[in-house]
Design a protein around this ligand. Structure first.
Ligand code: SF4
Length: 444
């Protein structure tokens, strides 16, 4: 695709969660609609958008590093346009200020008008286009793609910076969601993942559609093979949502439902808004309505004031509820949150001991759950063919079951990314499975 010479070649640098990734792809489409074209690389670009994340200190540091790099690039190419968006623009001004020298435009990811206006005022000369090819837009060719359905968060979990950076909950109109999903399918996606900080709060601010309606609308799109959603909050986990997971044919039987702690007093200090008993009931409801549902969870260990007994409650809940996967994190205070004002009083080595203890409990559970699948045949959506990393190793398909389990399988003639094929599972680890495509499998 030759680069247009009536607009910019832009490069979008995205860091952070699925929501940011989805925003980056949407911004890219909006810039293309205005006549600009994606650049192959940062070095080819005449305009750069830094789509930053501020949820973890580590992400902040990477954004500052990128802005430093762009400052260097602008010394050689002063005409290079730099826009900054994402959570970073809502950071404390005193934190942001020292890094803003290379930035021409600060804009909210939901309103790219300031960036578009600046780009149209400062069109690069045609010499900038010599011998340059435009790149495919980000996301094209990916089998699984995200659609943001709700922005922001109205909760105030005491450890989390998101509500301060992403603002209040705003759901997107259903027709916009469907249009974007249809576009991703037209570009080759087979799986659509609806995303939001609390994806199952979708529509509560609109007084109309809810997540089951959004799932049904995307489920009905021709060309969609699978629909997922992430991240759900236990407080908004309703029976109609479980019924939608059971009854909509393309909606997968898989959910991430972060519990964060198995102790009521820690949950109260975290301001999560539910009790352990409510969480247990929710998992029971899900498992009774959705046959074979896979449930994953997130846990924080070493939160402010977490005693040994409180930690053991988390550990025992993990052992008892038998999740398919547990993502465990050691608490680290985030500047600007309520918990940052409290004593971070669990020593780092004790946090790590608790983290490893959760892993020690969870690993055999995951091994058993995955091991029970050995011998069965699962429909696997093939995502990518990984060429042998070590010399002499044959190319291997990487795909996922409906329950989102990672499956590897040797290549066979005629298979293409985006095919769903029956695979007989032969080996399991706690983290993935291996199998063989059924002979004469016709993609389903
Ligand atoms: Fe943060 Fe809590 Fe909102 Fe999740 S629900 S984004 S943890 S404040």
């Amino acid at each position: 695709m030759p680069a247009t010479n009536s607009g910019h070649r832009f490069f979008i640098w995205t860091i952070g969660c699925q929501m940011n990734k989805a925003d980056g792809e949407r911004i890219s489409r909006d810039l293309m609609s205005a006549g600009h074209a994606p650049a192959q690389s940062l070095a080819d670009a005449t305009a750069v958008v830094v789509n930053g994340c501020a949820v973890r200190e580590n992400a902040d540091r990477k954004v500052w590093g990128m802005l430093g790099l762009l400052q260097g690039a602008k010394r050689k190419r002063p005409e290079l346009l730099v826009g900054l968006t994402g959570c970073t623009v809502h950071a404390d001004r005193t934190e942001l200020e020292p890094h803003l020298r290379p930035v021409d435009v600060l804009f909210d990811s939901l309103n790219i008008e300031p960036m578009l206006a600046r780009m149209s005022r400062q069109i690069p000369g045609t010499e900038a286009y010599e011998d340059v090819e435009a790149a495919p837009p980000p996301g094209v060719g990916a089998i699984s793609r995200y659609v943001n359905i709700i922005y922001g968060c109205d909760k105030r979990c005491t450890y989390c910076i998101v509500p301060f950076r992403r603002g209040a909950q705003r759901s997107r109109p259903l027709d916009e969601i469907v249009t974007e999903a249809r576009q991703w399918v037209d570009e080759g996606a087979r799986e659509i993942v609806l995303v939001g900080q609390i994806v199952n709060a979708y529509g509560f601010d609109l007084n109309g559609h809810r997540l089951p309606d959004a799932l049904a609308a995307v489920d009905a799109l021709p060309g969609v093979d699978r629909v997922r959603f992430v991240t759900a909050h236990p407080q908004f986990m309703t029976e109609p949502l479980a019924l939608a997971m059971r009854d909509l044919p393309r909606v997968c039987e898989e959910i991430n439902l972060p519990v964060q702690s198995g102790d009521d007093s820690v949950l109260r200090r975290m301001a999560r808004g539910y009790s352990v008993a409510h969480y247990r009931e929710t998992i029971g409801m899900l498992r009774s309505i959705v046959p074979g549902v896979a449930v994953t969870t997130d846990v924080i260990v070493g939160f402010c004031g977490e005693s040994e007994a409180q930690f053991e409650n988390s550990r025992d809940l993990i052992a008892d509820l038998r999740f398919d996967q547990v993502h465990v994190a050691a608490f680290s205070p985030r500047h600007g949150t309520a918990a940052d004002q409290w004593a971070d009083d669990v020593p780092q080595d004790e946090k790590l001991r608790r983290l490893h203890e959760i892993e020690r409990v969870q690993t055999p559970i995951a091994r058993q759950i995955n091991g029970a699948l050995v011998g069965s045949v699962e429909d696997v959506l093939l995502e990518s063919l990984e060429s042998g990393k070590a010399p002499g190793r044959p190319p291997t398909w990487r795909g996922r079951t409906r329950t989102n389990k990672l499956v590897f399988s040797a290549d066979e003639a005629g298979l293409t990314a985006g095919d769903t094929v029956p695979i007989e599972l032969t080996d399991a680890t706690p983290w993935s499975l291996r199998g063989a495509v059924q002979p004469a499998a016709v993609p389903v």
